[in-house]
Ligand binder design. Sequence first.
Ligand code: KG4
Ligand code: ZN
Length: 361
Amino acid sequence: MTSHTVLGIETSCDETAAAVLRLEDGQATILSEIVRSQVEDHAPYGGVVPEIAARAHADIADQVVAKAIGESGLKLSDMDAVAATSGPGLIGGVMVGMMTGKALALAAGKPFIPVNHLEGHALSPRLAEDCPFPYLLLLVSGGHCQFIEVTGLGQYRRLGTTIDDAAGEAFDKLAKLLDLGFPGGPAVERTAQGGDPARYRLPRPLMDRPGLDMSFAGLKTAAARIIEQGGMSQQDVSDLCASYQAAIADCLSARADRALGLFEVEGAKRLVVAGGVAANGAIRQALEHVAEGHGARLIAPPLRHCTDNAAMIALAGAEHLAAGALDPDAMRFAARPRWPLDEASALSNPVYGGGKRGAKA
Ligand code: KG4
Ligand code: ZN
C-alpha cells in the first residue's frame, strides 16, 4: 500500500486554512482541517479588501497551521510533503501561505509542492466521493466561473469562462445594490424566497450563442436600472432577487446542457459543481435537471469543500506526490497572481474580466 501524508495551506482569498490529509491507494482521508474566515473583517466594505486580507493571513497563518497539525495527531516530521496554494489569487495572501509552506518544508526537510488553487477546486470532489476521471467541472464562485474538462491529474481543459463577472460576484453586486449584506449570495437566496422569479425580465446574455462562455455584468446593470427607479416594496425586492437568481440559474444550466453535450466520454457522464455558488438551491436544482437529461450524475461536494479550503490543496499535493511528478525547483517557485489551469486555452482565449478577485480567473 502506498501512503502519502501532506500538510496543505490555503490563503489565496479571504479564508486562512490548513489541513492534513492522507492519500492511501487513491483514497483520501482528511486527518484535520481548519478554516478561519475573514468575512467579518471585510463585511463593512461589501467585498474583500486585499490589504486587509494579507494582514489577516499573516496574523493567523501560523496558528491555523499549528492547530491543523495538532488536531491530526501527527507531527510536522510525519508529513511526506507540504503543499500550499501558490496562485492564482490575491498576491499578498498567496505569498503569506506559500512562504509559510516553504519555511515548514525546509525546516522539516520535506518537499514543498506549489499548488494551483484552481487545481484544488478541480480535484475537490475526490476528497469525499468516488469520483474517477474524467468529469466535467463547473467552478462557480466569487472569483471564478468556468467549465473545465478534467481528464486526469494535471490534465485540465478550459471549455468556457465568464467574459466579465463571475456568478458569485453578480450575486454580491446585487446584494450591495440592495444593501442586503456581504457575502451577497446567501442573502440574495434568502430574500428570493417567496419572490416571483418571472416578475422582472432580466437579460440572459450569450445563452444562445455557440461556445461555452458566459457573461453576468449586464444582469447587474439591468437590476441597477430597476433599483434606481426607487419605491420598491419588500415584495418587489424579493421578486427582483428571485428573478435575478433565476436568470443566473438559466445561464448556468443552459451552458451546462451544452457542455454535457460536447463532453464525450465512454459510459455515464459526471458533472461536478464546485465553488461557493454551488450552495444555491435554485442553481443546484437547475443543474440536477440538466444532468438528468443527459443521464449524467451531478456531484456537488459538501459545502465546506465547495468553498475555499486547505483539504483540496493537500489532496492536489498528495496526488502529485503519489504520481511522483514533483518540480525539483519548487523552493524557487514565485507566487503567481494569475495562473490559468489550462495555459493553452487561456492563451488562445484570454479572460478579459475574471471576477472581483480578477486575479483568480
Ligand atoms: O468559493 P467561495 O467561498 O470563494 C471564492 O470566491 O473563491 O465563493 C464565494 C462566493 C461569493 O460570491 C458568494 O456570494 C457566493 O459564493 N455564494 C452564493 C451562495 N453562497 C455563497 N451564491 C449564491 N447562493 C448562495 N447560497
Ligand atoms: Zn476558490
